[in-house]
Design a protein around this ligand. Structure first.
Ligand SMILES: *Cc1c(COP(=O)(O)O)cnc(C)c1O
Length: 220
């Protein structure tokens, strides 16, 4: 199936209030253009340099989401244009985003990444760290970032029950903080293999790559 057909199949199967982020990492500009021509405007990348190169050549009404782990020294490259940063996993990073956003006269929307998976290699806050960050006066003083919600990645496993419980936990944390934080309305969870389950558990933003663009091939 073409990129366009895949996009439409997914869009037809999800509720309207769920936003689809088309994850285009490693994929060429022509694939993104094809999705754009089919109406898709929100794209996700996990490397700042790659995203910036694509931003430079593609239509300017694309909303670029940074979904990967962010290195502080590279925030400046995306600060002028990034529309949502999903992977915020430290106050230090948030401060750098705030600084670069201010330089660009912007307020950058961010999601806090929560560590819900079993793998230690995955990034993110635990529930206590999340609590203290969201209640800290330091966060309140960062005027050029806006925390819009939470993001999480489930374990890499075929055990549906494990994934389901991880999604449930993230949704629980989201609900816990939703009312006390302003503009806290995005729950980013679900990828190609688990987005249906994620939506069932309360996700309103899914990040889908291979199901739209095909498998990724990494150069050695
Ligand atoms: C690559 C990636 C995705 C998309 O993965 P697919 O399995 O191709 O849908 C989603 N979220 C994050 C954080 C990713 O790095």
């Amino acid at each position: 199936m073409s990129v366009k057909d895949q996009l439409n199949t997914i869009l037809k199967s999800i509720p309207r209030q769920v936003q689809l982020v088309a994850v285009s990492k490693t994929k060429p500009v022509k694939d993104i253009q094809e999705a754009y021509d089919a109406g898709q405007r929100v794209f996700g990348e996990n490397k700042i340099q790659e995203m910036t190169t694509k931003w430079e050549v593609l239509p300017k009404d694309i909303q670029w989401h940074m979904i990967g782990h962010v290195q502080r020294n590279k925030v400046k490259y995306m600060a002028p244009y990034v529309s949502l940063i999903h992977g915020v996993d430290s106050l230090k990073l948030l401060k750098e985003i705030n600084k670069q956003a201010a330089k660009n006269n912007r307020v950058i929307p961010c999601l806090l990444q929560v560590h819900i998976a079993r793998e230690e290699t995955k990034f993110g806050f635990d529930s206590e760290e999340l609590n203290s960050l969201l209640n800290s006066s330091e966060l309140a003083s960062l005027n050029n970032v806006k925390i819009r919600g939470l993001m999480g990645m489930a374990s890499f496993t075929s055990e549906t029950e494990v994934i389901e419980n991880e999604f449930k936990f993230l949704k629980y944390l989201f609900e816990q903080h939703k009312d006390s934080c302003e503009n806290f309305d995005i729950l980013s969870m679900g990828m190609s293999n688990d987005y249906e389950l994620a939506i069932e558990k309360g996700s309103n933003m899914i990040r889908v790559g291979s199901l739209i663009f095909g498998a990724r091939f990494y150069k050695k």
